[in-house]
Design a protein around this ligand. Structure first.
Ligand code: DC
Length: 216
């Protein structure tokens, strides 16, 4: 089975994916880490993020090992990833990797789960289950702040909130594959939910939906 999880930054997708992947024995891909890896590779090379051709080169020579880099999870790389994600051909270069991952679960796994911004709409429109995870922006900012502080990264609430606002606008208004809810996705608002409650709500949705929509 394929599970597609979309939603804005810091909405709770990551934690939910970990729990669902473990429970349903799925191989997980955080697709944001691919965009972050391309952005990190540009920053390491000293390239300008606005340089479209350079961004394309970095995405065509995409090195999966960079997705494991400890430098991937900084606020700076999150913003940079959102900027290079605007380029349609960068998205195209990362698309095939995501498709291959989604449709080829490793032996012993029951399927795949991918999270991002355009999984249900563009990458896996045939997914068996589609969940759109959202939460009030102030709550998302508090969660992101906590995460950054736990990683010893200096951060203040007001700038985290502003950065999330900017990122929401950039991610949802871009021309190519913007962040938007697929019409057939289940909405999971995590504003007032603990991670366990969010997981149980997603589990109930999966149990209530028949598997295998029309596969493309
Ligand atoms: O989920 P994240 O914060 O790690 O994602 C970083 C950026 O990558 C996000 O702001 C936009 C981009 N992204 C995207 O355009 N499409 C995806 N499927 C995943 C991430």
């Amino acid at each position: 089975m394929i599970v597609a999880i979309d939603g804005p930054a810091a909405s709770g997708k990551g934690t939910l994916v970990k729990k669902l992947a473990e429970y349903y024995n799925l191989e997980a891909l955080d697709t944001g880490s691919l965009y972050r890896a391309v952005a990190l590779s540009m920053v390491i090379s000293g390239d300008e993020l606005q340089d479209h051709n350079k961004a394309l080169q970095h995405s065509l020579n995409f090195d999966f090992r960079l997705t494991q880099s400890p430098d991937l999870r900084t606020a700076e790389i999150g913003v940079a990833a959102s900027k290079i994600a605007l380029f349609q051909d960068v998205r195209k270069a990362l698309f095939s990797f995501q498709r291959k991952f989604a449709t080829n679960p490793p032996a012993g796994k029951s399927g795949t789960i991918l999270d991002g911004r355009d999984i249900a709409t563009v990458v896996c429109p045939e997914a068996d289950y589609k969940i759109f995870v959202t939460a009030q922006i102030e709550i998302r900012a508090k969660r992101r702040l906590k995460e950054l502080i736990e990683r010893n990264q200096p951060a203040i609430y007001a700038s985290v909130l502003n950065e999330l606002r900017d990122r929401d606008v950039r991610d949802s208004t871009r021309k190519s594959a913007p962040l938007q809810q697929s019409i057939d996705a289940f909405t999971l608002d995590t504003t007032h939910l603990t991670a366990d409650q969010a997981f149980k709500t997603a589990q109930k949705y999966i149990a209530s939906e028949p598997i295998n929509r029309q596969r493309i």
